[in-house]
Design a protein around this ligand. Structure first.
Ligand code: B12
Length: 214
């Protein structure tokens, strides 16, 4: 088995120590953070499928989340090398929308945006629409980003955009949504301008909007 396959297996088997060793090994071998994240994601996706089939339970979901979060910390120093600096220090407001507490993917996107030189205001998880509105107003942000992994997050994303519209803030604002289930339909229903399930792609989109080296 290659180290990549070993890592995938370690995540699926929830073998924490082995997973961290392999992440470090791959990084030392020069494998890009993007690729390591994709392997980890594939692993937690299998964990999610097993959870659906009732082969794994909430404890295993928590474990999978922990493995991903800790691995993301190992990746952090390498991410800086994998994104180019943005030209301007514009502000991006981000949060996981109301009803959803998944934040591992959001945190990866936040790290990448910061590495690219943006000023990121991370509201956290389970954020009511009004909190997004207040922060956008306060910071004069040109981009707002919603993260969400649960089906119910779509309703919250829609509500947040409606609240931004009601506050008269939508016109000069770009909205990007991200998370495992997002697609074009979600983007339309959420009233957003862009979507992606890849944090690196997300940074490229933000750069296109705000300026900065591609
Ligand atoms: C870990 C995990 C948890 C952890 C979360 C820990 C944490 N701090 O985030 C815990 C245990 C808390 C949890 C709880 C629950 N979970 Co959960 N969880 C997962 C799991 C296994 C992995 C998610 C993950 O972190 N993936 C890795 C990250 C890196 O991927 P990602 O989020 O997609 O992020 C990438 C991109 O999407 C992107 N990105 C993410 N956000 C954003 C935002 C922007 C703007 C951009 C540009 C990019 C971007 O960047 C990342 C890197 O590219 C998934 C299974 C799966 N297939 O994903 C289930 C899953 C999401 N959970 C699920 C469920 C059902 C739940 C619970 C309801 C379980 C329960 N019975 O209590 C609760 C809900 C709690 C709540 N209110 O939110 C379901 C959702 C089903 C659905 N359709 O709604 C899933 C799909 C599992 C399944 N197959 O059933 N969960």
């Amino acid at each position: 088995m290659t180290n990549r396959e070993d890592l995938l297996k370690a995540v699926i088997d929830l073998d924490e120590d082995k997973a961290y060793k392999l992440v470090n090994l791959l990084l030392k071998e020069g494998v890009r953070t993007n690729e390591v994240i994709e392997i980890l994601r594939e692993g937690v996706e299998v964990v999610g499928e097993r959870f659906n089939k009732k082969e794994y339970f909430l404890t295993e979901l928590v474990m999978a989340g922990e493995i991903f979060s800790q691995s993301a910390l190992l990746l952090k120093p390498y991410m800086k090398e994998d994104v180019n600096k943005g030209a301007k220090l514009e502000t991006v407001v981000i949060g996981t929308v109301e009803g959803d507490v998944h934040d591992i993917g959001k945190n990866i996107f936040v790290t990448l945006l910061k590495s690219a030189g943006y000023n990121v205001v991370d509201l956290g998880v389970d954020i009511p629409s009004q909190e997004f509105v207040e922060k956008v107003k306060e910071t004069n942000a040109k981009v707002v980003a919603y993260s969400g992994l649960l089906t119910v997050a779509l309703e919250s994303m829609h509500a947040t955009t409606e609240a931004l519209k009601a506050a008269g803030l939508r016109e000069n604002l770009k909205i990007i949504i991200g998370g495992l289930p997002v697609d074009e339909l979600w983007m339309k229903k959420a009233g957003a301008d862009a979507f992606t399930d890849n944090a690196f792609e997300g940074v490229k989109i933000v750069k296109k909007w705000l300026g900065g080296a591609a």
